[in-house]
Ligand binder design. Structure first.
Ligand SMILES: CC(C)(COP(=O)(O)OP(=O)(O)OC[C@H]1O[C@@H](n2cnc3c(N)ncnc32)[C@H](O)[C@@H]1OP(=O)(O)O)[C@@H](O)C(=O)NCCC(=O)NCCS
Length: 218
């Protein structure tokens, strides 16, 4: 069993903790957050208010428990900072996920309940696949992207670095969602979405407002 720390204490951290507890190979040991969780699920874990204190325990692995409450660029930075401190990010998989693509080499991949990764779907490090999401064949999901619950990425679509595909959204075949773009929940993306932009509706249209934000210095 591999001991690991969860970075964060909110709803996403709770979901990651749940996957960790159900895993045969992972053992959640503690969590790192500026404030203690009030959720009873965290009670049996060691609590650390900062990463330095957590490092002194000798635990060498972590999972990023931060969700979309911060920009996905910031979320990715949290993983990068922990990796620079000497930790390695684990990937977590729900037992009920159907994973046909090659993902064994990835760090920080999180695949939630009932999701499907079809054969030849290409994923990069630090991607989140929400529960019930479907990633079809030949889709590319780049580093740090967050695919919301129940969304569907159809054949050969590509999702840019740190892009957010909202819950229940559909990205049609071959459509490219740019780095840092935000696709609103329930949207149907029929044309390419520009980087760092925001698209809503069916068919999805660009609206004023910034996307998730994405720098290129990782
Ligand atoms: C797109 C999104 C980021 C906009 O958030 P926001 O900037 O806080 O926007 P607001 O809630 O202020 O809404 C702004 C307007 O857009 C509309 N709107 C918001 N989300 C929408 C959506 N998904 N589809 C269509 N219209 C939407 C609102 O009705 C509002 O319209 P109005 O000005 O006519 O009243 C957010 O609504 C969303 O869909 N996020 C995805 C969440 C998600 O699925 N996360 C997955 C991880 S669990």
């Amino acid at each position: 069993m591999l001991d690991f720390l969860i970075l964060g204490s909110g709803g996403h951290a709770l979901s990651v903790l749940n996957l960790g507890r159900l895993s045969d190979s992972l053992n959640p040991k503690g969590y790192v957050s500026p404030k203690r969780s009030q959720d009873t699920a965290f009670e049996s874990l060691a609590y650390f208010s900062n990463l330095d204190d957590a490092l002194s325990t000798g635990v060498k692995h972590f999972a990023n428990g931060v969700g979309v409450s911060v920009s996905l660029d910031r979320r990715l930075n949290i993983s990068t900072e922990a990796e620079l401190a000497g930790l390695t990010e684990v990937s977590v998989f729900a037992r009920t996920a159907d994973v046909s693509s090659e993902v064994g080499h990835l760090r920080g991949l999180q695949v939630f309940q009932q999701s499907v990764l079809q054969i030849n779907a290409k994923l990069e490090h630090h991607v989140v696949i929400g529960s019930g999401a479907i990633v079809e064949h030949d889709v590319l999901v780049q580093e740090g992207a967050f695919i919301g619950p129940g969304s569907i990425l159809l054949g050969s679509a590509s999702i840019g670095r740190c892009a957010l595909v909202g819950a229940g959204a559909v990205v049609l075949p071959g459509v490219r969602v740019g780095d840092g773009a935000v696709i609103g929940a329930g949207s149907v993306v029929t044309r390419d979405a520009k980087p760092n932009s925001r698209y809503l509706g069916s068919p999805a249209r660009e609206v004023i407002g910034t996307g998730g934000g994405c720098s290129t210095n990782h």
